[in-house]
Design a protein around this ligand. Structure first.
Ligand code: FE2
Ligand code: FE2
Length: 180
């Protein structure tokens, strides 16, 4: 959840996303992932790569948390929202949570199907699907990793990273994520 307090972190990540060496750093960081996970990680937009690398740097002494940090936001790959629309989402989160809540309830009501992937695919491309993905990106990332055969602990950490932390590892990931 974004608030005024993590805007300095977002500014840092925006600058880091402009670093010409970003892709090289990301490729080196991906060496600790399975080939499928690395493909998913490296497919992310520059901003998400910079964010994930910065989160990983805060938890790097724990190999599982480091992998979770690199992969936690890969669900946003399905968002198809450009960076400006994502900034608008962040701006609404901070300045007008009630309007955002209204839009979110509408999208949740429009999505049909049982699982999160089916519900996502039921929405037309554009802001509705983008908003749904933004809301459910953790669970979507968990499904993508499950499909790649990632281990259960990694799937659980990534899939629940937007929920109330259930243990110390989840709390550490959340704290690092919330700053950036
Ligand atoms: Fe996230
Ligand atoms: Fe994140």
């Amino acid at each position: 959840m974004n608030t005024w307090r993590n805007l300095p972190g977002k500014a840092f990540v925006t600058l880091a996303s402009l670093d010409p060496g970003l892709r090289g750093r990301a490729r080196r960081a991906a060496a600790g992932l399975s080939p499928g996970e690395a493909g998913l990680f490296l497919a992310m937009a520059r901003y998400d790569l910079a964010h994930s690398l910065a989160v990983a740097a805060r938890v790097e002494e724990d190999p599982l948390l480091r992998r979770a940090a690199l992969l936690h936001d890969t669900g946003k790959l399905r968002s198809e929202l450009g960076l400006y629309a994502r900034w608008l989402y962040t701006a609404l989160e901070i300045t007008s949570p009630s309007l955002l809540g209204k839009l979110e309830r509408r999208v949740e009501a429009d999505a049909e199907g049982s699982g999160v992937m089916e519900r996502m695919a039921s929405l037309p491309r554009g802001w509705r699907r983008g908003l749904f993905v933004q809301l459910h990106h953790a669970e979507i990332a968990g499904r993508l990793l499950e499909a790649l055969g990632s281990d259960d602990m990694l799937v659980a950490l990534v899939g629940s990273h937007q929920d109330e932390p259930r243990d110390a590892s989840a709390r550490r990931l959340r704290e690092a994520d919330d700053r950036l």
